[in-house]
Design a protein around this ligand. Structure first.
Ligand SMILES: C[S@@+](CC[C@H](N)C(=O)[O-])C[C@H]1O[C@@H](n2cnc3c(N)ncnc32)[C@H](O)[C@@H]1O
Length: 267
């Protein structure tokens, strides 16, 4: 992310491709990752850049799901969330308590297939369904410091109801209103409610929010609508029209105060 200066970003909200999930197999193959370790090493390069660009006290929220898969005839869990925590701690991040958001797909699975069939009611060989995703929360250094009556900070405050609902470990409403089109499904877009809450929880008006795995542009769209600046990186050029449509780049925004720049890099 060489376009982004050291210590210039206040919050990162992102969701990378998930290692060992079939829908991302082609992607990881294309970028030369042959196994679980290499996939996480690929992601860790981005976590290192995230650390560099964050201000002291800046927060990184990483949405990731674990994977289950049969490899060499053995069914097992690939705990992506644990690997990301390990890498981020080595980089220097402080791990804070994380959030689990429950996905609306709750049907138990049998041998990775849709419905819970076969020995569904007979112990002990069935598996627990992965129906939650993690939102890992990391901080660079100690808490952010502000002037005593910082006006931007006060203008950004949340209500008691919002605080009670958001600063809890399990979110059950995140996926409910997700009405995705085909491209958003392919890019595994997260529901807007996720960046909405995280941006309100961990940044103030006027801050800069970065998404290094921008996908369809959800984080940038929500960040701009909340009065934050935003930077996004996306490697898949075919998503550019979706991103520009989602954030309204082609519309009135360009004539207003907002400064939006799209950088296409060929390497
Ligand atoms: C899970 S999707 C993000 C979805 C996004 N949160 C949304 O709401 O649309 C991950 C994205 O990261 C992109 N990606 C993977 N490696 C990248 C890299 N090194 N730099 C930038 N983007 C990358 C993929 O092309 C994919 O679109």
């Amino acid at each position: 992310m060489r376009e982004v200066e050291d210590e210039s970003v206040h919050l990162i909200v992102t969701s990378p491709p998930y290692p060992m999930i079939e829908m991302w197999d082609d992607f990881f193959e294309k970028v030369g990752c042959k196994n679980y370790d290499e996939m996480h090493e690929y992601l860790a390069q981005v976590w290192r850049e995230c650390y560099r660009v964050l201000v002291e006290g800046g927060i990184a929220c990483i949405n990731i799901g674990d994977a289950t898969r049969t490899v060499n005839g053995r069914f097992r869990l690939f705990p992506n969330h644990a690997r990301v925590i390990e890498h981020c701690e080595k980089i220097g991040f402080t791990t804070l308590p994380y959030i689990l958001w429950k996905k609306p797909t709750t049907k138990p699975k049998y041998k990775g297939k849709g419905a819970f069939l076969g020995s569904g009611f007979l112990p002990p060989n069935a598996y627990v369904t992965l129906d939650c995703e993690f939102i890992l929360i990391f901080r660079k250094g100690g808490p952010r410091k502000f002037e005593r009556h910082d006006q931007r900070r006060y203008a950004s405050k949340f209500t008691k109801e919002e605080r009670d609902a958001w600063f809890t470990q399990i979110w059950t409403d995140a996926g409910e209103r997700q009405n995705l089109n085909e491209i958003e499904r392919r890019a595994a877009a997260f529901p807007e409610s996720i960046p909405y809450k995280l941006i309100r929880m961990f940044s103030i008006i006027g801050d800069t929010v970065l998404d290094p795995f921008l996908g369809t542009g959800t984080t940038t769209k929500v960040a701009l609508s909340l009065g934050r600046n935003s930077i996004g990186y996306e490697i898949d050029k075919s998503l550019l029209p979706i991103i520009t449509k989602k954030i309204g780049l082609s519309e009135a925004r360009l004539t207003g105060e907002d400064k939006i720049e799209v950088i296409i890099r060929e390497d």
